[in-house]
Ligand binder design. Structure first.
Ligand code: ATP
Length: 240
């Protein structure tokens, strides 16, 4: 089963210059799974995603479908099929919705496929179709998050890394967004790693979850088990 892990992280250490943030993180994500990374502010969740996509240099192993990503540039990681949606979304605000989506496919020459991928993204996010010609900066927070995820999908990722998609969004909007992420995962078999403060919602769509504390995995398990365990919910996740 070890060999079958789609994403394998082994004893990963990472940080910023002298600031050490991750102190030996190991985890496995199966192909087609949704993995939630939970934990308090400053635990290192964002740093973990950055290390996975090559933005932060780390020491230790990261393998995707058996191929090492260690030492790869963000570009090289992206070419291997990893798409990162950073916290704060990073859409190009003066560009239109469709221009932003097309940028997600900039590395591709196959125009017909790009068109069908646009249709696919609009299928997941019908509201984006209604706003095709609108500047990204004029969208609501939830729509901008949808656009950021839609842009990531335009690269046909095998692994989608989502950093705090619920940040700043109303609960109802977050719920809708998470439902769409689940649908993308189910319909396209895209493996997802999602970092979230909103543990309850993330556990609702995830298969597996890991709680990060001070740069170490404090707890791992099936999302259902973690959600069902009140003690865990109380002591690690601060709800109930
Ligand atoms: P949050 O939910 O608040 O984003 P997090 O779990 O994602 O928290 P990180 O953003 O990974 O945590 O931050 C972990 C630690 O790394 C924090 O102590 C933070 O101050 C530090 N850190 C983050 N980015 C940098 C940076 N660019 N340079 C130096 N230190 C950083």
């Amino acid at each position: 089963e070890e060999a079958a892990a789609f994403l394998a992280v082994d004893d990963l250490h990472a940080g910023y210059g002298d600031v050490r943030v991750l102190h030996g993180v190991s985890l496995r994500v199966g192909e087609g799974e949704i993995c939630a990374i939970l934990g308090p502010n400053g635990a290192g969740k964002t740093t973990l995603l950055r290390a996975l996509c090559g933005m932060v240099k780390g020491r230790g192993g990261v393998r995707l479908d058996g191929t090492s990503l260690a030492g790869c540039s963000p570009d090289a990681v992206a070419r291997r099929g990893v798409a990162h949606v950073p916290e704060g979304r990073g859409t190009f605000v003066p560009l239109t919705v469709e221009e932003n989506l097309r940028l997600g496919a900039f590395a591709r020459r196959d125009r017909a496929a790009v068109q069908s991928d646009l249709e696919r993204v609009y299928g997941h996010f019908p509201v984006l179709r209604e706003r095709v010609g609108q500047a990204a900066g004029s969208l609501s927070g939830g729509e901008q998050q949808m656009l950021a995820i839609g842009r990531a999908l335009m690269s046909r990722p095998r692994l989608l890394l989502l950093d705090e998609p619920s940040l700043g969004l109303a609960p109802l909007v977050t719920r809708e967004l998470f439902g769409i992420v689940r649908a993308i995962n189910e319909e396209e078999r895209t493996t997802v790693v999602v970092v979230e403060q909103n543990a309850h919602l993330a556990l609702g769509i995830a298969d597996q979850a890991h709680v990060l504390e001070s740069g170490r995995i404090a707890l791992s398990g099936s999302a259902a088990d973690i959600r069902a365990d009140e003690q865990v919910a109380q002591s690690y996740l601060g709800y109930r």
